[in-house]
Design a protein around this ligand. Structure first.
Ligand code: BEZ
Length: 212
């Protein structure tokens, strides 16, 4: 069955570079980002994994665990990690799932046969502590992802879970946000947004980020 925003993230047990992962147990009470790599010892993936290891503290700040998956086995990943660390000048600090049997790739529909029969595309799944998929991003193998954008999406999800707001184009943490159009009662608006708001249109009301 196709996975959508709101679907329960499929659970699995699979080996990784940090031991056996029971996925839902591993997520625990955290957010999680599961992201796929077409193959080991490939250049774009090498740069992406290096970048995520450098950004690990930023994911930690957001109570978010990160885990990669690539369709080779864990022994191959271990050899590749040496290259990632040397070429990207970093230390790997999160697990990469082995997926030679394509268990995870298939469960998460990461193989797009029109692109390639056996390798994954670059999928990203942002998963919340209830194990619900909250965002899905898909890039082709030839395009490296922007992990700052993934952090930004997590910030938006965590903020909009807490307050009746949505985040506008290119928003980043600290910028003004949009009050959801469904909220109309003046007393409620005053109570929920004590800093006030600017009404550009009845459906477009900007307010300072409530938790800043
Ligand atoms: C890469 O990660 O560099 C890559 C993988 C598959 C196809 C093209 C590039």
């Amino acid at each position: 069955m196709a996975l959508h925003i709101g679907s329960v993230a499929p659970d699995f047990t699979q080996e990784s570079t940090e031991g056996t992962i029971h996925f839902h147990d591993w997520i625990g009470n955290h957010w999680a980002v599961l992201f796929s790599h077409p193959k080991d010892f490939t250049p774009v993936c090498t740069t992406e994994l290096g970048m995520v290891s450098k950004l690990k503290a930023e994911f930690d700040k957001r109570n978010c665990k990160v885990i990669g998956v690539s369709v080779d086995d864990v022994n191959s990943h271990r050899g590749w990690i040496k290259d990632i660390e040397e070429t990207q000048n970093t230390r790997m600090n999160f697990p990469i799932l082995g997926d030679a049997d394509r268990k995870v790739s298939k469960l998460y529909d990461m193989i797009h046969p029109e692109a390639n029969d056996t390798l994954t595309v670059r999928s990203v799944f942002i998963i919340d502590p209830n194990k619900k998929i909250r965002a899905i991003i898909t890039y082709p193998a030839s395009t490296g992802r922007n992990f700052q954008e993934i952090l930004r999406a997590i910030d938006s999800l965590q903020l909009t879970d807490k307050y009746q707001v949505a985040t506008p184009v290119d928003w980043k943490d600290g910028d003004d946000v949009i009050i959801v159009p469904a909220l109309k009662d003046p007393a409620e608006l005053k109570q929920k947004f004590p800093k006030g708001y600017k009404e550009l249109r009845p459906y477009l009301r900007m307010t300072p980020q409530p938790n800043k």
